[in-house]
Write a protein that binds this ligand. Structure first.
Ligand code: NAD
Length: 507
């Protein structure tokens, strides 16, 4: 089918003043209505529940009052925005809208019924969007006479603050319809990223390992939730996985995981966790129920006071980005050290003990294979100056005195030693490698492009970097080594390497 660019009313020069209708006046619908009205559109807001639309508009008024009080909006602007918002009592009243955004309950049948009704009501140059976070746009379009005008427009909560919009194309979505929604999102101050309609789209798919790897580590009794949170915060994430799941709510997080797992026909990569199921079953839903991993909001751990004690001779072994970061940090901290760039491993050597930067093999295996009983693995010091705790695991025959010296060295660096059970890939390396792998598979399968994956993860869930930025920093060899290490250890398809990463190796 040929596409003419200006065939949609929202793509024309007058689009700024075109009416936008939002159906569903819940958390997301209210946010979307506010953003559209602030961008200058007359906005109609409709909800099945009587009075819900008017209540949402009143709520928006309060939010705008807050902006006026803080000096971020003029009082006259507030009045103008409020003047553009109007409740609608029935779908028939929305017939003149240039764009209708469906933001109702996350269930296929009611959404399909509503979309079919809208399709019959609206003129051919009006677009229809769905804010679904997990339902296939292709499935939603089933039964519409003009499925080409349905686009996924996936906003993030809270809508007025979060910049990302995933613009999702179903099998029949017209490219011009997706482009029009992209342009419109930009005019609304958002950053659109194009995604193909596949389970979890971009963000909810690529983010799965952030939760899943920590839940797997907890199931293996690798460490405590507080230790794992501390390790990942040290890698630059704003919140550790456990505190974040507590915030999201375990019921919600578990449902999203289940939905992605089922939509992928039970692919082990996305398998939900028994640890999380137990939390949900026990009503420990996180902050909303007052208890989850933590009872309420976890206390902030005080920063580690660097310990100045004699740690003996230290040698920096091997080469590579993480070795360089360690070396720079040791210099910053005034730790004297020798270099051994020709070593066949990477990390720090102390008397009788090697601390290997993890490559996905556990300390016991390395100690055995290298005939080096004095061996520990340490996690990736991605941003040494921000590290609050670094994971470390010892091979079985390391004595108490050597353990204490290794822990003293980390404290000397200003890092709390997070002593974990000897699991492959520790916490940060394993999580980052799996996030990169998921991003790589998303691109390999045409869900999004590399820049889109990076933008989506940084803007949708505030990651410190995107999967392809980590890949560029760490190199495919290191990431694949960790994934292969995990695969060998667990013999689980969950850790299969994305073909895209293998190709990067050979390239
Ligand atoms: P919500 O429960 O707060 O609001 C949904 C509203 O839709 C309710 O007010 C309900 O009365 C109304 N509704 C239900 N069926 C309707 C119908 N047939 N016609 C008109 N109104 C109807 O839910 P929410 O969190 O705002 O989520 C809405 C949609 O946005 C879902 O598809 C959800 O997956 C998606 N989403 C939610 C989030 C989030 O963080 N909450 C983020 C992104 C996307």
């Amino acid at each position: 089918m040929t596409e003419s660019k200006g065939s949609w009313r929202v793509a024309t020069a007058e689009a700024e003043h075109a009416t936008v209708a939002v159906i569903g006046a819940g958390v997301m619908g209210a946010g979307i209505a506010q953003v559209a009205a602030q961008a200058g559109h007359p906005v109609q807001l409709m909800d099945l529940r009587e009075g819900a639309a008017a209540a949402a508009i009143a709520q928006i008024g309060k939010a705008l009052d807050g902006l006026v009080t803080k000096g971020r909006m003029e009082a006259a602007e507030r009045e103008a925005v409020m003047g553009r918002l109007a409740p609608a009592a029935a779908t028939a009243e929305l017939k003149d809208a240039a764009l209708v955004i469906e933001v109702i309950v996350e269930k296929l049948e009611p959404k399909q019924a509503l979309l079919r009704e809208l399709d019959a009501l609206l003129p051919p140059d009006a677009l229809i969007a769905s804010n679904t976070s997990s339902i296939s746009i292709t499935a939603l379009a089933n039964g519409m006479t003009t499925p080409r005008r349905l686009v996924g427009m996936h906003f993030f909560n809270p809508v007025p603050l979060m910049k990302l919009v995933e613009v999702v194309c179903g099998a029949e979505t017209a490219p011009s319809a997706a482009s029009a929604v992209e342009q419109l999102s930009r005019r609304w101050g958002k950053t659109p990223v194009r995604a193909k309609s596949t389970p979890g789209f971009i963000v909810n798919r690529i983010a799965r390992p952030y939760y899943a790897e920590t839940l797997a580590l907890l199931q293996e009794q690798a460490g405590s939730h507080a230790q794992l949170d501390r390790a990942l915060r040290s890698a630059g994430f704003r919140m550790g996985p456990c505190e974040l799941m507590d915030l999201i709510g375990h019921d919600t997080n578990y449902l999203v995981t289940q939905s992605v797992f089922e939509a992928n026909f039970g692919d082990k990569r996305y398998q939900p966790s028994l640890v999380q199921k137990a939390l949900v079953d026990g009503g420990r839903l996180g902050r909303k129920s007052g208890k989850g991993f933590y009872n309420g909001i976890p206390a902030v751990t005080p920063p580690v006071a660097p310990v100045d004690e004699d740690v003996g001779a230290v040698t920096l072994a091997g080469q590579g980005v993480l070795v360089e970061r360690l070396g720079d940090w040791m210099m910053t901290r005034g730790v004297a050290f020798e270099r051994d760039p020709a070593a066949d491993w990477q990390g720090v050597a102390m008397e009788g003990l090697q601390l290997h930067l993890t490559l996905g093999r556990c300390a016991a295996q390395l100690a055995h294979e290298r005939h080096q009983p004095g061996l520990a693995v340490i996690d990736w010091p991605l941003s040494p100056d921000r590290i609050d705790g670094l994971a470390i695991a010892f091979a079985p025959r390391v004595d108490a005195e050597s353990r204490a010296r290794a822990e003293a060295l980390l404290r000397h660096f200003g890092w709390e030693p997070l002593v974990l059970r000897d699991v492959p890939g520790l916490a940060v390396a394993r999580t980052i490698a799996m996030l990169v792998n998921e991003g790589a598979d998303a691109v390999w399968q045409g869900v999004c492009d590399e820049a889109g994956a990076d933008t989506a993860m940084k803007l949708g869930v505030n990651y410190p970097a995107g999967p392809f930025e980590w890949l560029a920093l760490l190199g495919a060899t290191r990431v694949v080594d960790v994934l292969d290490g995990l695969f060998d250890a667990y013999r689980s398809e969950r850790y299969r390497v994305s073909p895209l990463l293998r190709q990067r190796l050979w390239a």
